[in-house]
Design a protein around this ligand. Structure first.
Ligand SMILES: [Zn+2]
Length: 221
């Protein structure tokens, strides 16, 4: 679960594409733009952004529930930021409370997906966009975040259905961005540099999970 991540991620230094657009913005006489506005201009340029549809998901069997726009940053991944990592989280609460938190603009954190104890997948942020889930700007930009419903100290929360469903989702993400299926690229929130979070915790069965991801990845190859 993430906390106070927007503040850590909020350093909107100008990206490569923002600099390219900078000249054009000056030429049309819009005057002095806030760094923030400038950084967002590139995706408003026709033909630059990938087409999006309201309610569209990146994972076929996911249901879509939009997170508050305060909990993520618009991007155009993997073209502006490459994706080479999946980060595993545990919600420390129910699926409903996690959905509510991610819809709350004051929460300042959210992940792309939540997998329920029943294996159901909810997508709240597009993989195109940077979700504030890792508490580390670089890791947010390069990763897809998956939350799991439950508590780190309750191993019974990590159900067979959850492991299987999450593994299929992670395998699909790895296939999409050509991410190696190993523990260098599929990590826990606890492994993100600078984090004070412990999820997914000692009860998350990494051997079991990685075996399932490998199997699912082979099946989708
Ligand atoms: Zn977390």
């Amino acid at each position: 679960m993430g906390a106070t991540e927007a503040s850590k991620d909020g350093d909107r230094r100008l990206g490569r594409r923002a600099l390219l657009i900078g000249g054009a913005a000056a030429a049309v006489g819009t005057g002095v733009l806030a760094r923030d506005e400038l950084a967002r201009l590139w995706w408003r340029t026709p033909g630059v952004e990938k087409p999006r549809k309201e309610g569209e998901v990146d994972y076929a069997s996911a249901r879509w529930v939009a997170a508050s726009e305060a909990n993520w940053r618009r991007a155009d991944r993997p073209d502006d930021y490459g994706i080479d990592m999946v980060i595993i989280h545990v919600t420390q609460g129910s699926l409903a409370s996690a959905v509510k938190a991610f819809q709350d603009p004051g929460h300042q954190a959210a992940a792309h997906y939540i997998v329920g104890r029943d294996g159901r997948v909810t997508q709240m942020i597009r993989e195109l966009d940077v979700a504030y889930h890792a508490g580390n700007r670089d890791y947010n930009e390069r990763s897809v975040g998956i939350e799991h419903e439950g508590f780190v100290d309750r191993p019974e929360d990590f159900t067979t259905a959850m492991y299987a469903s999450s593994a299929r989702l992670t395998a699909r993400i790895c296939a999409r961005y050509d991410i190696p299926v190993d523990r260098e690229h599929i990590i826990g929130h606890v492994e993100v540099p600078g984090t004070d979070h412990t999820d997914p915790g000692e009860h998350w069965d990494w051997d079991r999970y990685m075996k399932l991801v490998r199997r699912a990845r082979t099946a989708t190859a």
